[in-house]
Each structure stands twice: as structure tokens, then as C-alpha cells.
Design a protein around this ligand. Structure first.
Ligand code: GLY
Ligand code: MN
Ligand code: MN
Length: 431
């Protein structure tokens, strides 16, 4: 609990004056009639509390240099606990989570305005939770109306402040992310031995989820993409319900969530264990782009350096194969690679798979710094409607790793899954 307490203290350190921060937790989302989706706590809320019950709100008040944490949580209720399981209640929030004070969540409208007494600015995540903006306005209006003669309270957005804290991972976060990456990497390794032509994509998806859960990552960090053949050219393909044909490549983008932290890995491998010549030629371009881009993830380099490198390697490779016509500089300038490589090289990864944290500061792209984790995931996608020689059509390839920026370089957290085509082929013989 110390870690969360320290985070709450650190968050208010850079916010001047007497302030309050209010963070809503997640609510249960309905899936159909009275059944819910599995509960997932809001990442900011969890980052600052470690508390995993729905319908909760946390408040941090910093007045005259003293910080207090206050929770509003589901009340103890014997009957509800028989149906839905244990609740900590306000007392548990204090004793087990280090909060200074805690109340039942149904008391929030009554109590919160009074708690804002003497506060000059209220921070909360703007425009993120349906209905929450209105609640904050209501609470601050009520607080302001109590003393018409004092200075009115301001309202400010906290999302950027927390986002840029979360961007730099501390050692406890890195340990958890490494574990998430290890579980996912192992699932990819096992899947390469498991997959055979004739299987349905759904069966492979289930295999990954089983491997994740067996090793402690019960939920995927995002909906897995299990895309055979040309399905891989649909970037967010999630139907995962087609038969995998002999001769198809299989693109699997799947990563587990472990203790609230994501992992995000893509590998593309031949269903029958052997790349065709055309598949291999495209694969090797993506692999070269991926390796060169991973290499550029280091402290002091710009966050867009891997992007530019990947664009150039892919443009050059596609020119060599006659898929793009022209010379490298002109074609790169024109952006003709975008017909085949239409997404960006990667994104921050942490509690959210597409994690928070700025990419730009005052109009300029920021530089990599120690503790940041980014994915590196170039791809080439040639759909059957592309204006290219038929032999290239239907090939979709992406290779994705999760890369930690270290003091003097980087650590690829997912490189235990082979990317080398010969290694993949030999692993696939091991079934
Ligand atoms: N799996 C989502 C992504 O790669 O961004
Ligand atoms: Mn990704
Ligand atoms: Mn991915």
C-alpha cells in the first residue's frame, strides 16, 4: 500500500495552492440484461489506490501542505456480499488501503462539497466519464455557495498530470510488466507449436487465452487479433472465426493483462510451418524495419525516430520488390508506403495497452527517457484490391515487441518469441 500512498503524495507535489483531486473508479458495464462484463478498475484510480471495487471515488486533498486521502466506496452489506462477494467498506478502505478517511459511496453528494471547504482548485479527469463532469460542477457549485464572499474555486484537468507520471514506470511497475510480457511471450511460443492448417482462428484465440489464464493473466489486455491470410490486412480484425488454410500466414496480436498491466505482442507465422518465397520476402522487410526501429528506442532519441526509420526501411524494401516504383527519398517524401503501412510504429504501454502520456510537449515530439515503455510494431499489408502483382496479394505481416528504455539503451521485454523466420520454422516443427 506504500506505493499507492507515495503516488498520491507525489501527485499533489507539483500542484500549487490548496487543492483537491477527485478520481472516479469504474462502474460495472452491462453486457446483456442483468449480466455484466468482467469488472476492470479505472487505471488512474487503481494507480493511486490499489482498490478494486466498482462504484468507488477517491479524493486527495492537499491543504496547507498536508495531504489527506478520502475514499467513497460500496458500503458493507451482508446480503450483497452473499451474492457478489466481499466488500472492504469504508473501514477496510482506511485500514487496508491507507486512506485517512472513507465513507459509503451513497454519501458522496452530501459530504463532498463540505470537504472542498478552503480548496482553491479542484482537479479531475475532464470529459472521461459520462455524467461525472456534471457531478463535479454540482459539488463545486454547492461548495462555492456556502461562502459567497471567498474566492471561487477553479476546476482543472488532472489527466495530463497523471498521464505523464504513468509514462515513467517505476521498478515495481517494470517488474509486473516484465511478468505480463513473459506470460504472453510464452503463449506465442506455445502457439507456434500448436497451430495447424484447418484449425479455426477461434481455436487459436482460445489457446492463447488458456495459456494466459494458466499463468496468471486471466484477461487479455485487448481483444486478440487472430487473422489468417488476407484477414491480416484488416488492422483491427477481431471476428477470429475463419478456418486457417494451408499456405496462409497467421497474424496473431495477443497479450495478457497481469495485475492491471498490459503486454502487447504480434507475431506472423506460416500455418503450415513453412514461409512461401513471397511471404518471406515481405516478412524480411518488416523484420528489418522492426529491428532497426527497436534499436532507435534509447534515451535522448526522439519518439518519432523509430517511425521515420521504419518508413524508410519499408519504402526501400517495397521499391526493391517493384511494389513501389520510384526512388527512396521521393517516395518516402510522398508517403507511398502508406498504401501498405498505414498505422504508426507504436504506442506507450503500461496499465492501458495504449497507455497514457504525452508524445509531444509544446509542439515538439518528446525524447525517450528511462522508464518509458513503447511498442514497436511495423507492418506491411497488401490486400487483394491493391494495385500490385497478384503474387503479393493477401499478405499481411506485423511484428510487435514491447521495449523498455533503460539508462544506456533498451530492453526488449518480448524478444523470447522468435522473429527470425528460420527459428520460427524450426520451432513449428516441435509440435
Ligand atoms: N494490440 C493493439 C495494438 O497493437 O496496438
Ligand atoms: Mn500495439
Ligand atoms: Mn498489438
Amino acid at each position: 500500500m506504500k506505493i499507492y500512498e507515495e503516488r498520491r503524495l507525489k501527485l499533489t507535489e507539483n500542484l500549487s495552492g490548496d487543492i483537491a483531486v477527485i478520481i472516479p473508479g469504474s462502474v460495472l458495464a452491462n453486457r446483456s440484461n442483468d449480466t455484466a462484463y468482467p469488472f476492470r478498475q479505472d487505471s488512474n484510480f487503481y494507480y493511486l489506490s490499489g482498490f478494486n471495487e466498482p462504484d468507488s471515488t477517491l479524493m486527495i486533498i492537499n491543504k496547507s501542505g498536508k495531504t489527506n486521502s478520502i475514499g467513497f466506496v460500496p458500503k458493507k452489506d451482508k446480503l450483497k456480499e452473499i451474492w457478489d462477494g466481499f466488500r472492504h467498506g469504508p473501514e477496510g478502505m482506511k485500514s487496508d488501503f491507507g486512506f485517512n478517511d472513507a465513507f459509503n459511496n451513497d454519501e458522496i453528494d452530501e459530504l463532498l462539497p463540505d470537504l472542498l471547504d478552503g480548496v482553491s482548485c479542484v482537479y479531475y479527469p475532464f470529459g472521461k466519464v459520462e455524467g461525472f463532469d456534471q457531478k463535479v460542477i454540482k459539488w463545486t457549485k454547492k461548495a462555492n455557495s456556502k461562502d459567497r464572499h471567498s474566492k471561487k474555486m477553479e476546476i482543472a484537468d488532472i489527466s495530463k498530470v497523471i498521464g505523464n507520471k504513468r509514462l515513467i514506470k517505476d521498478s515495481s511497475e517494470i517488474n509486473i510488466i516484465e511478468k505480463a510480457c513473459k506470460i504472453s511471450a510464452n503463449a506465442h511460443l506455445e502457439a507456434m507449436k500448436f497451430v495447424k492448417p484447418g484449425m479455426n482462428e477461434a481455436e487459436v484465440e482460445a489457446f492463447y487465452l488458456y495459456e494466459f489464464a494458466k499463468n496468471g493473466g486471466r484477461f487479455p489486455a485487448y481483444n486478440p487479433i487472430v487473422a489468417s491470410g488476407e484477414n491480416a490486412c484488416v488492422l483491427h480484425y477481431v471476428e477470429n472465426n475463419q478456418v486457417i488454410n494451408d499456405g496462409d500466414l497467421l497474424l496473431v496480436d495477443a497479450g495478457c493483462e497481469y495485475e492491471m498491466y498490459a503486454s502487447d505482442i504480434t507475431r506472423t507465422f506460416p500455418a503450415n510451418g513453412k514461409f512461401s518465397d513471397e511471404q518471406l520476402q515481405i516478412y524480411n522487410i518488416v523484420l528489418e524495419a522492426q529491428k532497426a526501429s527497436v534499436d532507435a528506442v534509447r534515451k535522448g532519441n526522439g519518439v518519432m525516430d523509430p517511425q521515420t526509420i521504419s518508413e524508410k526501411v519499408i519504402t526501400e524494401g517495397l521499391i526493391d520488390l517493384g511494389i513501389i516504383k520510384g526512388n527512396l527519398e521521393e517516395e518516402h517524401e510522398k508517403g507511398s508506403f502508406k498504401d501498405f503501412y498505414m498505422h504508426k510504429i507504436g504506442h506507450w504501454m503500461g496499465m492501458d495497452v495504449h497507455d497514457v502520456g504525452d508524445y509531444m510537449h509544446e509542439g515538439e515530439f518528446i525524447k525517450f527517457d528511462e522508464g518509458m515503455i513503447t511498442t514497436i510494431e511495423p507492418g506491411i499489408y497488401i490486400s487483394s484490391t491493391s494495385d500490385v502483382d497478384d503474387k503479393w496479394k493477401g499478405i499481411g505481416i506485423r511484428i510487435e515487441d514491447d521495449v523498455l528504455v533503460t539508462k544506456d539503451g533498451n530492453k526488449n521485454l518480448t524478444d523470447t518469441v522468435p522473429t527470425d523466420p528460420a527459428e520460427i520454422e524450426s520451432l513449428m516443427q516441435e509440435s
